[in-house]
Design a protein around this ligand. Structure first.
Ligand SMILES: Cc1ncc(COP(=O)(O)O)c(C=O)c1O
Length: 487
């Protein structure tokens, strides 16, 4: 009998992952209650005496009620497909609410929201969203920008934006919720809080979307809230959200074989955060401060996103920052963020995100005691001799979002259909000015720079080419970026 060959996935998980300091998701709460034997206890919906996830009964209903209370929501449901799945469900709910729905969206939204808008043919307008090239960061929309959007489009049924952003900037959701509810008697405020599942559990973190008065919040429990990969929570308030439609959308989407192990991890993580979150997060905040202080001393040419003067200048857009994130600008160094990330991997350190000019680290719950020292030493080793001469700053790539219109020339849903019939492929530079028939992004962060149905801008093309040349990961039909399909 031939022996089964060894699975490379099993091998890497067992042998290699533990060798790295991981400043990246998932952030696993080490002392959460754990399933004892993953394999012996795997079970399906056939064991219906436990209750049913999509019916919100039995142990699942109990867990949902706990999560809702812990996070300050009227209703909560679990996702085993991260925030991508929850965003899909939310957009489906909007499409069920109104066939001609119009939605106002921040530009820093994740591709899962854009894909939902496309799939359900929901009309949308982008809110103006300023960009900070030093940190390659889109800022959250301001109260005024959202209020202006609602005055222009009073028929909008929802406002959607990301907060905190990937870099950890949190919108002023309390004031925005007040403005949305004052200006419209029906619009829902929906916050993609994929990066904020932990916010509610420490007083020094920005207010969570639910606590700030949003109508819907989508969270990845696996990102910063302690759970295993894929886990997430979708919360809502019932005043403006039709629970029947949300549940219908949930039933349409959810797999009939959800992993009870993932659900158990999400449930246990929320319970741990509710009981011990302040202590665990307090430690992570203190370690982040320690990391930043050591880096400021060893590498004075780094630029820090939480520079108080800069935060003051953008206070209209960001009411606070996530204090377990560290985003660093590298303009005074001769290395790109991608090169720094690769050099760190060689030293057994993995960071969350690299850009052309930046890196972002997350102080995860599972970091070992020597992680800060090891990482500061490694960064000093990589960057110490790479300071540009005379303190000169490298010009950051231009804002890749600058020239994008607030509305599509052709809705992405139509553009996708026309792509097969009349789409043609052009060399990327020649595609500038044409209407794109496909989307292109750098991942992470997963915010599309070229969008189906929108005109291709020179800034976006420049940014994509720079990211590709520096070693960024391009997500597209043609990842070499030789060609782009246009209409
Ligand atoms: C803002 C935002 N929303 C949604 C997602 C998708 O989250 P998940 O990986 O849990 O599907 C991400 C992933 O990075 C994200 O950054």
């Amino acid at each position: 009998m031939p022996q089964p060959t060894s699975s490379p996935i099993v091998r890497v998980l067992n042998r290699d992952v533990g060798r790295y300091h991981r400043w990246c998701t998932p952030s696993i709460l080490e002392d959460q209650e754990r399933v004892e034997d993953f394999y012996a206890s795997d079970v399906s919906i056939s064991a219906g005496f436990f209750g049913t996830l999509v019916d919100h009964t039995g142990i699942f209903g109990e867990a949902e009620r706990f999560a809702a209370e812990a996070q300050g929501a009227d209703r909560s449901v679990f996702s085993v497909h991260g925030s991508s799945g929850s965003n899909w469900i939310v957009l489906r709910m909007l499409a069920l609410e109104r066939q001609d729905a119009l939605v106002l969206v921040g530009r820093s939204i994740h591709h899962s929201i854009l894909n939902g808008l496309k799939a359900f043919n929901i009309d949308f307008r982008f809110l103006p969203t300023p960009y900070e090239p030093r940190f390659e960061a889109l800022l959250p929309p301001s109260v005024e920008e959202i209020a202006e959007g609602l005055r222009r489009y009073p028929e909008a049924i929802a406002v959607i934006y990301t907060s905190p952003t990937y870099e950890g900037l949190a919108a002023n959701t309390r004031a925005i919720a007040r403005a949305v509810h004052d200006l419209s008697d029906h619009a829902m405020l929906i916050v993609d809080e994929a990066w904020g599942g932990h916010l509610h559990f420490h007083p020094e973190l920005p207010l969570s979307a639910m606590a700030a008065g949003a109508d819907v919040a989508v969270q990845s429990t696996h990102k910063l809230a302690g759970g295993l990969q894929q886990t997430g929570l979708l919360h809502w308030r019932e005043e403006r959200v039709d629970s029947e439609l949300m549940e219908e959308a949930y039933r349409e989407y959810v797999t009939t074989s959800p992993s009870y192990h993932l659900l158990a991890s999400a449930d246990a993580a929320v319970r741990t955060l509710a009981a011990e979150g302040e202590a665990a997060l307090g430690l992570a905040i203190a370690r982040t401060a320690e990391l930043k202080a050591a880096l400021r001393e060893r590498l004075p040419d780094l630029e820090f996103l939480d520079d108080p003067a800069w935060l003051e200048a953008i206070a209209g857009h960001a009411a606070g920052t996530d204090r377990v994130k560290t985003t660093l600008g590298l303009a005074r160094y001769a290395l790109s963020g991608y090169e720094v990330a690769d050099a760190l991997v060689e030293r057994h350190i993995v960071i969350e995100k690299a850009g052309v000019n930046t890196i972002t680290l997350i102080t995860t719950f599972q970091l070992a005691g020597d992680a800060v020292t090891a990482t500061v030493e490694a960064l000093a080793d990589v960057l110490g001799a790479a300071v540009r001469p005379d303190g000169a700053r490298r010009d950051p790539p231009a804002n890749p979002f600058r020239a994008m219109d607030d509305r599509a020339v052709i809705h992405p849903y139509q553009a996708r259909r026309l792509a097969k019939a009349i789409g043609r492929e052009l060399p990327l530079r020649e595609a500038v000015g044409h209407v794109a028939a496909e989307s292109v992004e750098v991942y992470p962060p997963g915010v599309p720079l070229v969008l189906e149905g929108f005109r291709v801008s020179a800034d976006a093309v420049d940014y994509l080419l720079a990211a590709r040349d520096e070693g960024g990961s391009i997500v597209a039909r043609d990842t070499s970026l030789a060609t782009l399909r246009v209409l």
